[in-house]
Ligand binder design. Structure first.
Ligand code: AVJ
Length: 318
């Protein structure tokens, strides 16, 4: 290995799962790479920017619903419970929830350890009376919660409509695994984006400022950076498509001409007009969402939405 490569940290960056998903995904027809790989440092920054775009309604709508539903929510959740947040990331919606339900403990779960510790520290400083116990791990698998929260009622928190990234079968598995982690008698507060007109949905995933395009294209840059790729990023364009049959926004990267490149030395050729499918963002009608929860072993007990019904927060019981 070259001195410069060692200093750049290139060799240490290659996650074997990322390598596997990219190499197999680029060989699939249609080609597809899982959306979880968007979130390197740059991708996470771009996602934060997306949440502030005028066209991207989910984040601000969900925060407003949380604020408006607080009194109602606080009545349904026992004070002194343990809030367990799945995929806490930067924990931006957490303070509003903690202010509202006044838990005794907060357990943020994330795969990214650095991010997790930073945001856990911020919460711990803001809420000196709450025990903060971060858990580094993959929340798609059942997890063992810290022993100290054993006797408390658990409130799972899964905001942002992240569940929308999964196919129905994967979403049901995830809900079941959350139920197994939290236990019988626990609660789950989940944010789910609703089906709405294409004229609102498509711009939310294809904004005028081009931030979502940059977010999507960053996946190719990441492949070039971490997997020694030679992808000509300038010959791909961002596409956001509403798939009405499957009620989902799909993001793709479309080749604007025939391209040849290598990733970790393996050759790939993509024809002009062909796409790499990079994300699904499923949307759920009110009954669809409740059926999904029941399928995952959860009983919906309350539901809050904004005046236009763009987004829903659902409280469910295990
Ligand atoms: C974080 C998965 C909820 O699907 O709306 C935003 C990701 N992708 N713009 C979503 C995303 C493009 C986002 N989730």
């Amino acid at each position: 290995m070259l001195k410069q490569e060692i200093e750049d940290g290139q060799a240490s960056l290659a996650d074997p799962q990322f390598r596997h998903d990219v190499l197999t995904g680029l060989a699939l027809r249609p080609r597809a790479i899982p959306a979880r790989w968007f979130y390197d440092r740059r991708g996470s920054e771009l996602f934060e920017e997306i949440t502030e775009l005028p066209e991207y309604y989910p984040t601000r709508t969900e925060i407003a619903i949380l604020a408006d539903s607080c009194a109602d929510l606080a009545r349904r959740v026992p004070a002194g419970c343990a809030v367990v947040e799945f995929g806490s990331g930067s924990s931006t919606k957490t303070p509003a929830l903690l202010d509202c339900v006044k838990p005794a403990a907060y357990v943020p779960i994330d795969i990214s350890g650095d991010f997790l510790r930073d945001s856990a520290n911020v919460i711990a400083q803001k809420f000196p009376d709450i025990a903060v116990a971060p858990l580094e791990g993959d929340f798609t698998k059942p997890l063992k919660l810290p022993a100290g929260v054993g006797g408390l009622t658990k409130l799972g928190f899964f905001p942002g409509s992240t569940i929308g990234n999964m196919l129905a079968a994967g979403a049901v598995d995830l809900l079941r695994s959350m139920r197994a982690s939290l236990g019988e008698g626990s609660l789950l507060l989940i944010g789910i984006d609703r089906i709405k007109g294409e004229e609102v949905l498509v711009p939310a995933y294809d904004d005028a400022a081009g931030v979502t395009a940059a977010f999507n294209l960053n996946l190719l840059e990441r492949i070039n950076r971490e997997l020694d790729g030679t992808i000509p990023v300038e010959h791909f364009r961002h596409r956001a498509i509403w798939n009405d049959d499957r009620a989902r926004i799909e993001m793709h990267l479309e080749a604007t001409r025939n391209v040849d490149f290598t990733v970790e030395g393996r050759p790939f050729s993509i024809a002009k007009g062909e796409t790499i499918h990079t994300e699904n963002s499923h949307k759920y009608g009110p009954r669809d969402a409740r059926l999904l929860l029941r399928g995952g072993g959860w009983t919906p007990v309350a539901e809050w939405t904004d005046a236009e019904g763009k987004f829903a927060l659902i409280l469910a019981e295990a």
